[in-house]
Design a protein around this ligand. Structure first.
Ligand code: GLA
Length: 383
């Protein structure tokens, strides 16, 4: 892969040098839609992600070629970074560079950049955080900024919140930047304390299945859920001494029912129960109780379907189809409204489950899903 990427970079930019970087995507195992509510999340970085090849330029331009998005090299000036509605894909690159500059980390020259991804885009596996952290890592290393892991994650999130315009939490960027081979990351999104949890499933494995449903309104729906949580918190703070929705006790949750609208109450019930499920899921992993872990994944999906309402027909069908085919646990992962499901299956059943899910899903939905094995991987690096 590395040689191929170098060749492409040298050919397209007519150069003889090039430095290759890799930044992973991530899958969230449990703890969904609670990273912007101060909760615990349990993601892991993936062996699918984004590669970048870079070389120094003498001017202040960044010239990017990303064959999956455009057949032409796209250049912009580091000194005047603006959004361009014709090239929205470049927003993640521009946003990351602008964030560095706005925080006092100013590059002293431009660069040529070749980008190639190995993961599905807009499918809930964080291709955006993968790209943001690729850019931040490249600039950090090239210009010796010496950023900490936390700074990198926060800058990625800042780019997404303030440049791209999605109110996403810290989970994706933190999961990407702190990825560790064979481990998931239990992250407290309130304090950013984290702990690595070994992922050893014996004869079982994690399997990601992409519903291949286009996520048209995902960003605006995501911002809507974010707003509903903010509104609920403001209202509940008038009665309870709480900093975030994840810290609600069971008793406070019960009392909330008469304080909030039915819709807001459902959102809060998901957040509060997902926090408990995430901690219980970690306990189950620590005790090697895979069946309990799998049950919690299913319960998480039901809560996201019924209370948070971010699943939809395709994801619900896919989860049920996987369970019917023999998976012991399955749930939507990421923002939802389309995208991927993460499931636990017996390794020996892989081919048989794929065949059955392919057939049933295609008959019900009209097109096929795609399958990705999960290999928990390290964070971004110069390879
Ligand atoms: C998206 C966001 C994350 C998180 C998930 C839902 O991936 O970027 O911050 O909120 O959705 O858990």
């Amino acid at each position: 892969m590395k040689d191929q990427l170098l060749k492409a970079f040298q050919h397209d930019f007519q150069r003889h040098d090039g430095d290759v970087y890799y930044s992973p995507g991530r899958v969230n195992l449990i703890g969904e839609h609670i990273d912007y509510n101060g909760g615990y999340v349990l993601p892991c970085a993936l062996s699918y992600g984004t590669y970048g090849v870079v070389g120094k330029r003498e001017d202040m331009k960044v010239c990017v070629l990303s064959p999956s998005f455009s057949s032409k090299v796209y250049c912009f000036n580091i000194d005047e970074i603006k959004k361009d509605s014709q090239n929205r894909w470049a927003d993640y690159i521009k946003g990351s560079i602008k964030t560095l500059i706005d925080h006092g980390y100013t590059p002293t020259h431009g660069l040529d950049l070749y980008i190639e991804g190995t993961m599905p885009v807009n499918a809930g596996l964080s291709s955006s955080a993968s790209l943001e952290l690729l850019i931040i890592t490249i600039f950090d290393q090239m210009f010796h900024f010496n950023l900490t892991l936390e700074q990198k994650a926060r800058f990625g999130q800042y780019a997404e919140n303030h440049f791209v315009g999605v109110n996403s939490g810290i989970m994706d960027q933190f999961a990407v930047v702190s990825g560790k081979k064979d481990h998931a990351i239990l992250l407290n999104t309130q304090t950013l304390d984290y702990e690595y949890i070994p992922l050893d499933f014996n004869e079982y494995q994690l399997l990601i299945v992409n519903s291949n449903k286009k996520r048209g309104l995902a960003d605006s729906k995501y911002n809507e859920r974010f707003r509903e949580c903010q509104e609920s918190l403001q209202t509940l703070k008038l009665t309870f001494d709480i900093d975030n929705l994840c810290s609600l006790t069971d008793e406070q949750l019960n009392l909330s029912q008469s304080i909030l609208s039915p819709l807001h109450f459902k959102r809060v019930r998901h957040v509060q129960s997902e926090q408990k499920r995430t901690l219980a899921a970690c306990d189950a992993l620590r005790k090697n109780d895979l069946n309990q872990f799998a049950k919690l994944l299913i319960a998480s999906h039901h809560s996201l379907r019924d209370d948070y309402e971010v699943t939809g027909f395709e994801l619900d069908t896919l989860v049920q189809t996987l369970l019917d085919a023999g998976a012991i646990g399955a749930r939507m992962t990421g923002a939802g409204f389309g995208g991927c499901v993460v499931s636990i299956i017996k390794m020996d059943d892989l081919e048989c489950i794929k065949e059955s899910v392919n057939h049933v899903y295609k008959t019900k939905i009209g097109y096929e899903p795609s399958f990705y094995a999960v290999i928990p991987s390290d964070g971004p690096s110069n390879i």
